[in-house]
Design a protein around this ligand. Sequence first.
Ligand SMILES: Nc1ncnc2c1ncn2[C@@H]1O[C@H](COP(=O)(O)OP(=O)(O)OP(=O)(O)O)[C@@H](O)[C@H]1O
Ligand SMILES: [Mg+2]
Length: 349
Amino acid sequence: MTDTAVAASVPSEANKENSVAKAKKSMAGYQVPWVEKYRPRVLEDVVGNEETVSRLRAISRTGNLPNLILAGPPGTGKTTSVHALARQLLGASYKDAVLELNASDARGIDVVRNRIKSFAMNKVTLPPGRHKIIILDEADSMTSAAQQALRRTMELYSNTTRFCLACNVSTKIIEAIQSRAAILRYSRLANEQVLTCLLKVCQAESISYTNDALEAILFTAEGDMRHALNNLQASYFLTNGIISQTSVFKVCDQPHPKTVGQIISHCTKGDTKAACDQMQALWKSGYSTNDIIGTVFKVVKAHGELPEALKLEYLREIGFTQMRISDGVNSPLQLLGLLARLAQKMQQT
Ligand SMILES: Nc1ncnc2c1ncn2[C@@H]1O[C@H](COP(=O)(O)OP(=O)(O)OP(=O)(O)O)[C@@H](O)[C@H]1O
Ligand SMILES: [Mg+2]
């Protein structure tokens, strides 16, 4: 082989750099979801629900782990906390000593009889005073027969294994299991807590944003951190520049609160016609009555200028309308009727 042929067959430094650049370019479109990228690995990074998280931290320090049920609304950090706790308790043994089953796995009675039982019987070398952990995520979707089958298993292997159940509604866990476990409750995160997290992510990803865009994300997320981070990421990809309020509402596909705010202010001025016209325009733009009534509720709740007594009256009326709509009477007439009643309330006061 001549020298030139060898040179052609061996990739030169320049060629290598070229292919790396190409690979990077093709990866540029691919992004790990931020909810996973920024999922806290340790309990110290879990935001909010201080009391619950401090109890978990105490458990991770002492190693004194009871059977646990973590209950609360979606996106508040239950799965995150339970994994962080297991990681902090078990260290290097985390891989071997944790069995996670979630709603995507079959969790019928057979799985409890075979998989869970055989994992509980397995021998794993652990640091002294530590237990194997079985995480049953979204446990409220387990059939009650499977839950019944867990009762005795939980007791039989209590000297080697602990169960951590995460669920949205604790009442869907049968009482017998509730009585065998300590229940820790999570509540929706406060807007400030979600905001600190959003700001951290914006800084880490060097994102430019306007303040009202972040406000809009908080408004739509309602204390659900997962929702907030997903909306932030989606808005970022939509705008590819500065995240603005409009892009956030476009992504979330919710009626703009400003429009809804205008409709409410027409009502407070007693101008039913203007309110109805604007509402009809909103409805014709494609939003369902359910979307609209949800935003009307949130806007009135956050309204700073309505007198307190009137606000309560308004919320009551909106509640009744929402009830009718969820009963199936979801025609726009319901919304227009609501506006007429709201305008009437203003005249009565
Ligand atoms: N308290 C929190 N602190 C920081 N990040 C959070 C918190 N809660 C949720 N997150 C973010 O939201 C994502 C989803 O959280 P997680 O899976 O823990 O929710 P969950 O409470 O288990 O919800 P679900 O009930 O739907 O399972 C995490 O990856 C994390 O990025
Ligand atoms: Mg979860």
